[in-house]
Design a protein around this ligand. Structure first.
Ligand SMILES: C[S@@+](CC[C@H](N)C(=O)[O-])C[C@H]1O[C@@H](n2cnc3c(N)ncnc32)[C@H](O)[C@@H]1O
Length: 256
């Protein structure tokens, strides 16, 4: 069942909001998700922010919070090698974990300019948990670095999947035996020359992860993107007989 905020979690209607409930409601408290369908109605948790406000493609921070609660302990080392706006670093530090962030387009001083396909050699066997939310397809432009995996067209043979397989092998190298990694990713549907093309990115990546890791679980995460509510998007999906992406895959894997 999709998450519906309880009335107590909504901010009250006031004269300033024209007597109507305001669009933003008070964020509900964080809780460990217990089923394989995860849902939380906000990008950030608590009273503050995780990552950089307005960053396009940021990971909802409750996902990382839940993973760190389950698969790490205080003072352990967490790595995100597609660090983006640094959501993983902020959540990890909130929970007293150590964190290292890498990205080919660093947005902050605590993120190092490193290609996820070539992680630092000194990390071999030192890391307790890895979280990644990589780009998939070319729909977001993160910058000019040609090593950006988001510049690899999903329709261009297996280039994107081969690059991700290199990343998986690096993650496998840096993880301690018996420890976990998680991949958050969506499938993709795009229009090309008037024709719709579906890319099952999740299952393609899962098949490649399986070569190296043991599967622990597969979770569906409800998406709360604004486009899902927009009339023109909904109409186009109905008329064009295709589906808007309602969930992301979250694969949890273990190094044997
Ligand atoms: C979806 S964003 C990550 C969002 C991040 N989890 C957050 O919450 O802000 C993907 C990131 O991957 C980075 N990226 C793309 N190719 C990369 C590569 N080869 N190595 C490291 N980072 C890469 C992009 O620059 C972008 O910042």
């Amino acid at each position: 069942m999709p998450y519906r905020p309880k009335p107590s979690h909504r901010a009250p209607a006031t004269p300033a909001t024209g007597g109507k409930p305001p669009v933003r409601f008070k964020r509900p408290p964080l809780a460990i998700q217990v089923s394989t369908l995860w849902d939380y109605p906000s990008q950030d948790y608590g009273d503050g922010r995780q990552g950089i406000p307005g960053y396009k493609g940021a990971t909802p921070s409750y996902i990382i919070w839940n993973l760190l609660q389950r698969y790490t302990a205080e003072k352990e080392m967490v790595v995100d090698c597609f660090a983006g706006s640094g959501t993983t670093l902020d959540v990890a530090r909130d929970l007293n974990r150590k964190a290292l962030g890498y990205d080919v387009h660093p947005t902050r001083k605590d993120i190092f300019r490193v290609d996820a396909k070539k992680l630092p050699p000194e990390l071999t066997g030192k890391v307790d948990f890895v979280f990644i939310d990589p780009p998939y397809g070319t729909h977001l432009d993160y910058g000019d670095d040609p090593r950006d995996i988001g510049k690899l067209d999903l329709a261009d043979g297996t280039k994107y999947y081969d690059a991700m397989e290199q990343v998986f092998s690096e993650i496998h190298r840096i993880l301690k035996p018996g420890r976990h990694m998680a991949l958050y990713v969506s499938d993709s549907y795009e229009h090309r020359a008037g024709k719709g093309v579906f890319h099952p990115v999740g299952f393609e990546l899962f098949a490649r992860l399986r070569k190296l890791f043991e599967p622990v679980d597969i979770i569906s995460v409800t998406r709360h993107n604004k486009t899902l509510e927009m009339g023109n998007y909904r109409k186009a999906a109905e008329e064009g007989n295709y589906f808007l992406r309602g969930f992301n895959h979250l694969f949890v894997m273990k190094k044997a």
